[in-house]
Design a protein around this ligand. Structure first.
Ligand code: GDP
Length: 304
């Protein structure tokens, strides 16, 4: 079924985190250093690793694997909740296997190559399967072929795509998209945005402008801004993400290409440093290679 598939896929991807950590436990936890090494190699990061080890030291006589799983799950909670739950000494029991966007318009941002356009196609398919009507706006007018690529996905999935002209004004496409969505009463509009970085200041100004025109076309929107991050770029991607977050406050993150990295632990510093929840993970190139993110499922899959 869908869930075991997720597990299988996550297992392939986060192999190193799973493998190293598992090995430490099968050999018994005779050394905190081994665990520390396993977590750091999986890109969990220094601060989170220290907290995990501190949480584990508090476990006396209990099952160490359970304690590690709980400590890791906590690290995937947004900061305020994590602090609260750590104080109480337990991991939350939440099920996020359904991700409902607030409002109607989701702006999707991220640098070129992270999988932004593909992710928009995947989101379209995901929400159509939930029974929602969906539209796309091809606002990445700077990358040649981004509009065509989204158009091809739209044709394949039966999702209307509002197009602009190559090199045209991305904000104009976003405005047209938001107006069309409102007029047609479509449930969800996903706006693709420019992702080139050679002129960082302009890019950030452009994104702010897109936000402003969407708000003008349809007050209260965009209600969500989701950043797409490539797991393979790890710590680098995280630095970029912070810049985006400063320009246009994020409401969620989607981590792609988890099928192509052994460093699944990167999800921990993403949550910790951005303070924004992970909404979905991308585990392949096909339209259905997208999974709603559930911290407990994710951690469980690492130990399966
Ligand atoms: P954009 O420039 O950010 O819009 O990136 P694209 O959507 O064009 O994707 C860049 C490449 O990454 C394409 O070859 C995609 O098929 C691939 N890609 C996107 N998401 C994933 C994923 O989750 N896993 C893998 N393995 N490849 C992905």
């Amino acid at each position: 079924d869908g869930l075991s598939k997720t597990r299988r896929q996550i297992n392939d991807t986060s192999g190193a985190l799973g493998q190293d950590v598992r090995e430490v436990f099968t050999k018994r936890l005779d050394s905190i250093e081994d665990l520390e090494y396993a977590l750091i190699s999986a890109d969990v990061g220094r601060a989170a690793t220290d907290e995990i080890i501190e949480d584990m030291r508090k476990t006396e006589g209990g099952n160490l694997q359970d304690a590690l799983m709980r400590a890791l799950t906590l690290q995937l909670e947004p900061n305020a909740r994590r602090a609260e739950f750590r104080k109480l000494g337990f991991a939350p029991d939440v099920n996020r296997s359904k991700v409902e966007p607030r409002g109607h318009v989701v702006m999707v941002i991220g640098v070129n190559g992270v999988g932004k356009t593909t992710t928009i196609a995947k989101l379209g398919q995901y929400y159509m399967r939930q029974g929602k009507s969906v539209m796309f706006a091809a606002g990445d007018t700077f990358r040649a072929a981004a509009g065509t690529q989204l158009g091809v996905w739209g044709d394949r999935l039966g999702i209307p795509v509002i197009q602009g002209s190559d090199g045209g004004d991305p904000a104009a496409v976003a405005f047209d998209g938001a107006s069309a969505r409102k007029a047609r009463g479509t449930d969800l509009l996903f706006i693709d945005t420019a992702g080139r970085l050679h002129n960082k200041h302009n890019l950030m100004e452009e994104l702010k402008k897109v936000c402003r025109v969407v708000e003008k076309a349809d007050p209260g929107e965009p209600a969500e801004t989701w950043l797409v991050l490539d797991a393979v770029t790890g710590q680098n991607g995280l630095q970029q993400a912070k810049k985006f977050h400063e320009a246009t406050p994020l409401t969620g993150v989607i981590v792609t290409k988890l099928d192509g990295t052994a460093k699944g632990g990167i999800l921990v510093p993403i949550v910790r440093e951005l303070g924004v929840p992970i909404k979905f993970i991308g585990v392949g190139e096909r339209a259905d290679d997208l999974q709603p993110f559930d911290s407990q499922d994710f951690v469980r899959a690492l130990f399966d």
